[in-house]
Each structure stands twice: as C-alpha cells, then as structure tokens.
Design a protein around this ligand. Structure first.
Ligand code: HEC
Length: 696
C-alpha cells in the first residue's frame, strides 16, 4: 500500500515536473514582453516587441568578428527568393522558404527536425506581385504560425509540425497573397495580405491564437458604399474617396509591418499603396484616400482606429508604408518620447509619438523628387509639379521599388543609430495607361508598362523642387540618427538591393549584400571588419542567438523577390539553391560559396527580324512576362532565362504560355491575356535576343 502510494506520488511529481518543464519552455505574453532582455533566443520577427533587431549578445565583438567560421549549413531545397527571419527557441530554429513551407532544424547542428509544406497550388503563383516568398513564422505557447501565399493562416505544433488549425483568411477568387510573418498580440495572431498590384481591398485580421477564431478585422480602405460600411472608421475613410474605386479594389494591402505595444495595447500597422497606382484612375484624382500609405494605430481589443498618419496622401506612385515599423523610447530635447519610426518607400524617415500619433520629424533619407519636404505643422508633403503625372511621362524618384523596401532595419540603443538598408534607383517613368480597364487575373496598376513609344514626355522645364542627397550610389547602408535627423555614416554599394540588418552589443552591424557578401561593420563608425563571399545575393536579415555558451550568427541566402525577378543578379548565379548559413567563433573558415546551375547551351532557332514584329513582341513581354522573367528578358537568376530555353521548350511555347502546361512549376496560364498572335510575337522577340547572345 505504502509502496503504491509512493509510486503514485512519484508519478504525480514526475507529471508535475514534466508539465512544468513544458510550460517553462512555452512562449507566453510575458516571455514576449521580456524578449529584449536575453540574447539567447530570437522569439519574434523583429526579436522583441520593439522590433529593434538589437541583440545584447557580445561574445562576437569588434575584436574577434574576423575569426567567424561556419558552424553548419542547411540547404533549403528551394530555388527562389529567401527573405525569412528565422526564430530560435528551445534550441530549435524555425524558418520559411518559397511557397510558404516551414522547416524546423536543430539550432546546434542544422539537422532537420520537421518540414511542413502547405501544398499551395502552384498555378496561383501569378497572384504574388513579387515572388512566392515568405518572411517567417510567429511563435506562441506551443504553436508556430505561418501565412501562406494562397492566403491561409496555419497553426502548427511547434514540436512536430503537425497542423493544429488551418484557416482561409481571404476570398480565393481575388488575387490576395500572404508573404509577411504573422505577429502575436495579447493572445491573438495578426496577419495582413498583399495584392494591390492586381486589384484588391486590403485588410488586417486578428485571430484567436488557440482556436483560429476571428477576433476582429481592420479594412484599410472602404468597400462599395452601397453595401454599407463595416464600422465608423471605414465610413470616415470613405469621405476621402471618389469614383468607383471598389471595382478594382482600392488597395492599401498591409503585407508586412505589424507591431504591438503591450503597454499602450495598440497594434500598429503600415498600409500599402493604392490599387490602381494612379490616383486619377482610382479616385478621379480627388481625396486623400484613407487609409492608404499610412501608419495606423489600432486598439488590440477591437481593431478600431486610435490614430492614423498618412505618409503619402493621394498615393500616385506605389508608395507603400508597409516597410518595417520600429518602436523606441528616445529622448528628444531632453524629454523621453515613446516613438514609432518608419522609412517607407516614399523616401522620408518618419518619427511619430506612438501614443498620440503626433509627427515629430520627417526627413529625406534618399533623393526624393515627388516632394520638396514634409510640413511638420500639417504633417503633409509639399508636392513638386512633376509629382502628378497625367498623360505624359513624368520621371519621379523614388520609383515603385521605393527608397527602402521590406528589408528590416535595426536600432542599437548604445549608438542611438538605426541601420537602414536603402536603394536609390533611377527616376521611374510614370504615365497613365491609356484606356485602362480592370482585368481580373492580372496586374491592374493603371501605369504604363511595356514600351512607351508614342507617350509624350513631360518637358524638362516642368521639373522643380525635390529634396535629399543627389549623389548616393544605387544601394546604401545608412546609420541614421533619429535625433539629429541625418545619417552619421553611410556605406555606398554599387548595386541596389541588399539585405536587412542586425546590430549587437558587440558594437557590430551585420548585413548581407546583393553581391553575395555577408559583412560586419562597427556600429558606431561603420568600419568594415569582416566580409565573406557566400556566392548568392542576400536579402534576408541575419539573426543571432546563444546556445551552450556559444554565440551563433545565422542568415538565409537565396536570391529572388521583385528585384530578383525583374532585375539582374549581381553574382550572376543562375538558379542557385537556397541555404541557411550559421557562423561561430571557432567555426570552419574554409568557406565555399554556393554556385548556381550552368546556363543551357545556345542553339540557333530562326526568327523574323521585321522591326514592327519585334517591337510588338517586346511590348507584350513588358506587359505580361517582365515581372517574373526579368527586364529585357535577362532573368535575375531566380527563374528561367527564356533566351536560353531549349528548342523543345520553344516547340511547346503556346502550351506553356496559353494552355497552362507548366502551372505545376509556377508558370501561370496566360491564355486569357495573351492571344496566339501575341505569344508568337513574344517568342519571336525572345529568339532575336537569343541570336544577339550568339553573335554579340
Ligand atoms: C507570375 C510569374 C510569371 C509570369 C508573369 C510569366 N512566367 Fe513564365 N515561368 C514562370 C515560372 C515560375 C516558370 C517555371 C520555370 C522556373 O521556375 O524557372 C516559368 C517558365 C516559363 C517557360 C519555360 C522555360 C523553360 O526553359 O523551361 C516559358 C517558355 C515561359 N515561362 C514563358 C513566359 C512568357 C512568354 C510569359 C509572358 C507572356 C511568362 N512566361 C510570364 C513564371 C512566370
């Protein structure tokens, strides 16, 4: 009897301690609140609720960073863009890859623990404006959350990868996608979506983390007033619109930035550009079009608007304000202010009081020609005459890629600096697409793509104003001082797209480059201390964590995204496999960069060199193919370079382009948009480029 009781007691104790062990490992609201304090793990997208991407770890510092070597690598078995921030918890690393699949690996060894493929239908890849990328998962209690390119939000068991719940957050008939990482706020999982280029109405939804039940939805833009408004916030927004915007969708899709202040109990979201891009076509050129291109503070309990600040009223240029938001408590003029900061696409760096929404400062961080500044009293931009293009081409900076995109910035409280990856492209030729009609299933931006032969160009005398530095190189890393309102140091890169940043208490800043180099700079001065060639362009931000007393540095390397599809690849690697790289101080310093696949050999295929036929092919290509296969058909390395396609592929060109023969690998069926004659013209033009490659 006694023995049995003892055994029973032991069992109870064992189960208590087991339960305790499991509970102690769970990520609770408190763990998330305190995430900034310990450097061991990386629990949320931006590392802590402020999304500062600052780690207190300092084992790797300025004195030894040059000794970093490889701890382990993990090949992702994917060939398109890698943008994810890995999370690290309980010695496990969780990250995502193209087509929204999730993998869990041992953070000490890189050994795969589980892999989850949400089985996204590859034929819907066309809905993703900017590659079928994914920026990562959220972690809460015992679950992992991922948003998928087909608009689902899925909760997985963190230990096994088994599906706990799987819900559809979008209307599958509309071109919605999810690429952003979900965020956790007060027991809810919050997720937005993309789709403004194709024509959709943006929103952000909060779901109960345990059950997946919808808690609230914030509609970024109003729908058709005849159908009634969801709440007074939307009704108010509708007073700033004109015309039949809902037919295309209005846009505003919040595809990345969501940030939570647990003390203020406010969820802040950055909202997207208008759909279509042209304000004239979208809203008869009238009204500010709330809540496009804005920072909006929402009450975490009901999703109602506490305040909003519109960075680009009446957006006309694809100026999303979906770029990463960051919170900080910083003294301004001797007073500690709780601020929210953002460097949206439009080229200005904003600092706002995050409790009241008051604008503190807004300064150009890149060359800007659409506005000469932001009036701090009214909070409104002072537009230049060339900003509003009509029926003539107007060259404006930044272009639709923005002066900063999704690539995360980081903030080091020791230096007081924000490490901001920027890209200063050339001016973009904006002009309204004549005879624009909304066509579901394709891009609906209302701005001319393809050749612009015949479109008048605005006379030079019209150009005036603008602000910001004119001499910066295509890409730059800025150490932005939010108090002095200017960069303290700048690293210029001869290429535009570079990765997000990480900063540490070791006085370091880490950043990957579009040229495939991972670099470390001193955080205070920007001195380059270490750089290694990983072979393939880097977009994702590095992270750091500590296990068994060892500090690790990890980064995903894989080229793609909108810039990777449309533009060239700096490293020239063709279809390279993605890889997770991790580094430690006693690692292997014999680093072998990744290489891609050899370009297929070229054989001659006859074509028609009639200039009108070639021009027609080039025009259709620019309108229907360029966003994926690259400007000038020079693939950025992530997708097929059509100039090099095998003769047998050219034999079935029509089946591929117009009948969906390759939808299983992500090539859309364009039968509804490309006539047989158009497809022939594109094929002919591609073959002429192929001939040029053979006789340079
Ligand atoms: C939404 C992105 C997207 C668009 C738009 C697109 N493609 Fe593709 N295409 C793909 C993907 C993905 C593949 C699969 C091959 C790969 O992954 O490289 C592909 C493959 C192909 C192939 C086969 C290439 C080979 O060597 O196997 C051809 C030919 C092709 N596309 C032609 C076109 C043409 C012509 C257009 C415009 C009329 C077009 N594509 C528009 C994404 C796209």
């Amino acid at each position: 009897m006694l023995r049995q009781q003892k055994n029973a007691l032991a069992l109870v104790l064992l189960s208590i301690s087991l339960t305790f062990a499991v509970q102690a490992q769970e990520v609770t609201d408190d763990t998330l609140k305190n995430a900034a304090n310990s450097g061991e793990e990386w629990l949320t997208y931006g590392r802590d609720y402020f999304e500062s991407r600052f780690s207190p770890l300092n084992q790797i510092d300025t004195s030894n960073v040059s000794q970093l070597g490889v701890a382990w690598t993990f090949d992702t078995d994917s060939f398109r863009g890698l943008e994810a921030t890995p999370l690290i918890h309980n010695g496990i690393m969780y990250a995502t890859r193209p087509w929204s699949s999730v993998f869990a690996i041992d953070a000490r060894t890189g050994e795969k623990l589980w892999d989850f493929d949400p089985q996204v239908d590859r034929s819907i890849g066309w809905k993703a404006c900017c590659d079928v990328v994914n920026r990562g998962v959220a972690l809460y209690e015992d679950k992992i959350y991922v948003g998928t390119i087909d608009g689902r939000l899925i909760a997985l068991d963190a230990n096994t990868g088994a599906v706990v719940w799987d819900i559809l957050t979008v209307d599958p008939e509309r071109p919605y996608t999810i690429t952003g990482a979900p965020r956790i706020a007060d027991g809810k999982v919050i997720i937005g979506n993309g789709g403004a280029e194709l024509g959709s109405r943006g929103y952000v939804t909060a779901y109960d983390a345990e059950t997946g039940t919808e808690a609230w939805r914030f509609w970024v833009v109003p729908g058709n007033p005849a159908e009634g408004f969801e709440n007074p916030d939307v009704e108010f927004a509708a007073t700033t619109w004109s015309g039949n915007w809902w037919e295309v969708g209005g846009g505003g899709n919040s595809w990345d930035s969501i940030i939570y202040d647990p003390e203020a109990r406010l969820v802040y979201i950055g909202t997207g550009n208008g759909s279509p891009w042209s304000h004239e076509l979208r809203s008869n050129g009238e009204g500010d079009n709330l809540y496009l291109s804005s920072i909006v503070a929402l009450n975490v309990d009901d999703g109602r608007v506490k305040w909003h600040y519109q960075t680009t009223p009446a957006d006309n240029w694809d100026y999303t304000a979906v770029q990463p938001l960051m919170l900080a408590d910083i003294p301004f003029d001797g007073v500690l202010r709780k601020v929210i900061m953002q460097a949206p696409k439009n080229g200005f760096f904003y600092v706002l009081d995050r409790i009241t929404g008051d604008l503190i400062s807004a300064d150009p961080y890149a060359e800007v020609t659409w506005a000469s500044g932001i009036d701090l009293e009214s909070g409104r931009p002072m537009e230049t005459p060339q900003a509003r293009y009509d029926n003539a081409i107007s060259f404006v900076m930044p272009g639709p890629g923005g002066a900063h995109n999704w690539h995360p910035m980081s903030f080091n409280p020791v230096t007081g600096l924000i490490y901001l990856p920027t890209n200063q492209g050339s001016s973009f030729p904006y002009s309204i697409q004549q005879g624009f009609v909304h066509k579901p299933g394709t891009w609906n931006i209302g701005v001319t793509m393809g050749t612009m032969a015949g479109v008048p160009v605005r006379p030079e005398a019209d150009y005036a104003g603008g602000t910001g530095p004119e001499t910066r190189s295509p890409g730059a890393l800025l150490a932005w001082d939010p108090v002095a309102r200017e960069p303290r140091w700048v690293i210029d890169y001869p290429f535009s797209i570079n990765g997000g940043t990480l900063t540490t208490a070791g006085n370091l800043v880490f950043q990957g480059g579009g040229d495939g180099f991972l670099r470390a700079y001193t955080a205070d001065k920007g001195d380059l201390l270490w750089q290694i060639d990983l072979g393939v362009g880097i977009m994702a931000p590095p992270v750091t964590y500590e296990l068994d007393g060892k500090q690790y540095l990890a980064v995903l390397v894989g080229w793609g995204g909108s810039a990777g599809l449309i533009g060239p690849s700096e490293t020239g690697e063709y279809k390279p496999e993605g890889r997770m790289w991790t580094f430690v101080l006693d690692g292997d310093t014999n680093i072998v960069p990744v290489t891609g696949q050899p370009l297929p050999e070229l054989t001659r295929i006859e074509f028609n060199d009639d200039p009108a036929a070639l021009a027609h092919g080039e025009d259709i290509y620019g309108k229907r193919c360029m966003v994926c296969h690259g400007a000038g058909a020079a693939s950025g390395g992530a997708l097929a370079d059509l100039r090099y396609a095998a003769p047998a592929t050219y034999d079935i060109f029509h089946n591929i382009v117009r009948q969906g023969a390759y939808t299983g690998v992500g090539m859309p069926n364009l039968g509804a948009f490309v006539t047989e004659e158009d497809a022939d013209a594109v094929k002919n033009w591609l073959l002429s480029l192929r001939a040029d490659l053979m006789n340079p």
